[in-house]
Ligand binder design. Structure first.
Ligand SMILES: Cc1ncc(COP(=O)(O)O)c(C=O)c1O
Ligand SMILES: [Zn+2]
Length: 275
């Protein structure tokens, strides 16, 4: 039995059992979150976690998918936790090496999960806004699932990422402006063509994928939570996804404390740090 039950609005708290592929809350446009039945989840044991799936999917019970799901996977996640030796005066610092993911970033975690669920919900075309990395990830998994993928990127996006997205079968449109303008184009395209908008914090199916980083970190440390997590925040998907999983692990009693999460952003664009 899978613990996933459906979607809940973080603003108006309405519950949606998810028969349709939702994005934002149909009632109030708030962000939707996925809900797990933690009583069902508590039947799983951390000691009996299979190591057979060499991917984030060994944690399928924490993910918003139904029983019997066959994931759209390219081996994302299950990345090494490497000791950092370049600060001799500081001990016990580790880096989660997310470059080991199929397209080279942790965006693959969210895309594998979202494309898995969306293809079950019969989505055949999707759009998203990206700075480059998420575009590559969604291009890969969409191609694997036979979904058409259209990526909207700011015109100064990294060319290697643009080319990789194209090679992986995505249609790419460069947009004048920033990720914000790219987001507006993606939303308009979704409205006009009926494509599903898989952009950051429009779809509720990405953040739990990044949440698997928290699960892996705890397992790799023998179910001991780190004191601090330092995380490079853009849209905040990983921040929200990891914090959610640390909270669940704590409530389940799999870990005995939660880490403090330090959000790091560049000085020129730091809304989360400022907030
Ligand atoms: C390499 C890299 N680091 C950090 C981030 C921030 O991700 P998040 O949306 O989880 O804040 C992104 C995505 O924008 C990214 O591509
Ligand atoms: Zn709502």
């Amino acid at each position: 039995m899978q613990p996933y039950t459906g979607l809940q609005c973080t603003q108006c708290h309405r519950f949606f059992p998810e028969e349709a592929p939702l994005g934002k809350c149909p009632e109030c446009q708030g962000l939707l979150d996925t809900l797990l039945d933690e009583t069902v989840l508590s039947y799983y044991s951390k000691r009996r976690l299979g190591n057979d799936a060499r991917s984030m999917w060994k944690f399928h019970m924490f993910l918003p998918v139904k029983a019997g799901t066959i994931p759209v996977t390219a081996g994302e996640g299950d990345t090494p936790l490497r000791p950092v030796k370049s600060f001799p005066h500081l001990r016990n610092i580790w880096v989660k090496d997310e470059t080991r993911n199929p397209t080279g970033t942790f965006k693959d975690r969210g895309a594998s999960l979202a494309v898995t669920r969306l293809s079950q919900l019969k989505i055949r075309k999707l759009v998203l806004a990206s700075e480059g990395n998420a575009g590559c990830s969604f291009a890969l998994y969409s191609q694997m699932a036979g979904i058409r993928c259209h990526v909207y990127l700011p015109s100064d996006a990294n060319n290697a990422k643009v080319e990789l997205s194209k090679k992986l079968g995505a249609q790419v449109t460069k947009v004048k402006g920033t990720i914000s303008e790219a987001g507006q184009h993606a939303a308009k395209a979704a409205e006009e063509t009926g494509a599903y908008n898989a952009s950051t914090f429009v779809t509720p199916f990405r953040h739990d994928g990044k949440g698997t980083m928290a699960l892996e970190i705890c397992q790799q440390r023998g179910w001991e939570s780190p004191d601090y997590i330092v995380y490079p925040v853009g849209g905040g998907v990983g921040l929200v996804g990891m914090w959610k999983m640390f909270k669940i692990l704590y409530r389940l009693g799999w870990i005995h404390k939660r880490p403090r999460i330090i959000a790091v952003q560049p000085t020129g664009c730091a809304p989360v740090v400022d907030a």
